[in-house]
Structures are given as C-alpha cells and as structure tokens.
Design a protein. Sequence first.
Length: 204
Amino acid sequence: MDESLAPLVPLDVYEQHAVHIGTNQKSADMKQFLDTIRQDGGGLHLIDVHQTDARIRMVAKFLSRYESERILVVSARQYGQRPARKFAESIGAMRIVGRFIPGTLTNPRLRTYIEPDVILVTDPAADSQALSEAVKTGLPVVGICDANNRLRNVDLALPANNKGRRSLALVYWLLAREMLKIRGAVSEADWERAQNVDDWESTF
C-alpha cells in the first residue's frame, strides 16, 4: 500500500475515540460524509472515518498555507476547549476558548479585537457568533462538523463527532501533528513521544 494513502492512525483508533459517533439528526449538507452501510442501533448517524482521515490531511494542508499566528481556533463547547488550546499552543496559533466576545472580529474599538487570516471552529452551531463575524469579515472558515451541522458558511468541513471529549482530543492532536509534519517541525515518532493524545482530553 502506498504509504501516503495509509490512514493517519489505524481506523479502529478513530472508533475507539468515538470520532464516528454522530447525532440523532442529520443535515442534508452532511449526508455525503455519513457511513450509509453501517447503522447504529441507537438511531445515531455514523460518520465515515475514511472521509474524516482524508479531511484531516486536507485541513492540515489548507491551514499550513497561513502563518500560524494568523490562524484563530475557537471552541465554546466545553469538551473542545482543552484540545483547541493544546492545538493552538502546539502550532503557535491564536485561540478563543469559552465565551466569544461579540465584536472580537468586527469591532476595532474592542480591547479583544483581533485580525486573523483564517478561523477554525470546533462546532459551527456552538461557535455561531464567531462564525457569523468571520463571514462578515470575509475570513475562510474551517469547521469540525457533526452529522447535524449545516455547511452554509463553512468553507472546508472536517466531518467528526464534535461533542465528544475523546473525539475532539484525537482530531485536534492529529491536526497539530500533520501541520507540524508538513512544516518539517517534527517527525511522527518525536510527536508521539512528546504528546500523548490522552493528555489532550478535557478534564471537566
């Protein structure tokens, strides 16, 4: 098998971290990313982890076009806050975890005003204020999107469970690893020695 096509982690690791567990509802936008062969007995829509794996690579390449300090990662969702913070620290990006102050991207008079070049949201629904302001200012938007998310204002979707503690830890851990590999800042082996994915999980 071509090494470049091998999964970033064994596919069962995605499932161990519940990356594939979606929601009871699904949006028409996300239908393309769902696993239509397997069904979950509890009525949950399952996300196709092959597509998650491919999109992590795509998002890492896309974000790597920008200067790290011009990337903003946002997470209002509790379980996304520690992984988003660790991701930002690892690559040198800006972060807003917890409450997003209205006007942060649109009102230069605010003390909290910042001017990123691209924004990564943990959940387009939970991070709707940041998403709305990004759209108003013309910023490209990358979003971790669950089965029920709409993609209207998301330029690049990363399909994954964006509500689970373990899922968000793995997705952000892999994104950071892939970005640093692209930049030649770290090897896979060195990253895995230095960063344990379990340490990226929120402890709330």
